[in-house]
Design a protein around this ligand. Sequence first.
Ligand code: ZN
Length: 178
Amino acid sequence: MIHCISCIKPLKSNQIIYSNKLEAKRHQTSKMVDTVSTETRSRIMASIHGKNTKPELLMRKALHSAGFRFRIHRKDLPGKPDIVLPKYRAVIFVHGCFWHGHNCLLFKSPKTRVDYWKEKINRNRNNDKKVTQALLESGWRVGIVWECAMSHNSRDIGDITKRFAIWLRGNEPFIEET
Ligand SMILES: [Zn+2]
């Protein structure tokens, strides 16, 4: 079954597959009779766009509990950082290991359309580098936490939060937790 790339609603065979975001948006707004719950939808969208993913929500929750206040997905900054802490002039990205091509145990090479995925993931990695560079050059501090860093055991998130808290209150321009 073919689904609209934007609203996930199944398309009838005579409907076109939306190839650009604007068309998909039109479809989305014109046919906003939901057949899936909001929760299911946001889960599906997260898996497609890599926003509000489980690791990201965990990180947000942990930082919030530790007393940090932040904005999310600020569109006016390079790479639309997942978490933005203006008070600390810092941004944090929570990277999914697959999409961002992490060389770790969570990364599993796709078995099909190998070239397609390889190119896509390489593009994401190059983009991540450019985004980090652009943010650092404009005076932002950049933190990256990888999905796998949070999934070994339940203590990990507490440890990571402590390290990020120290980083946020310090002056180091960059931190990466893998
Ligand atoms: Zn990883």
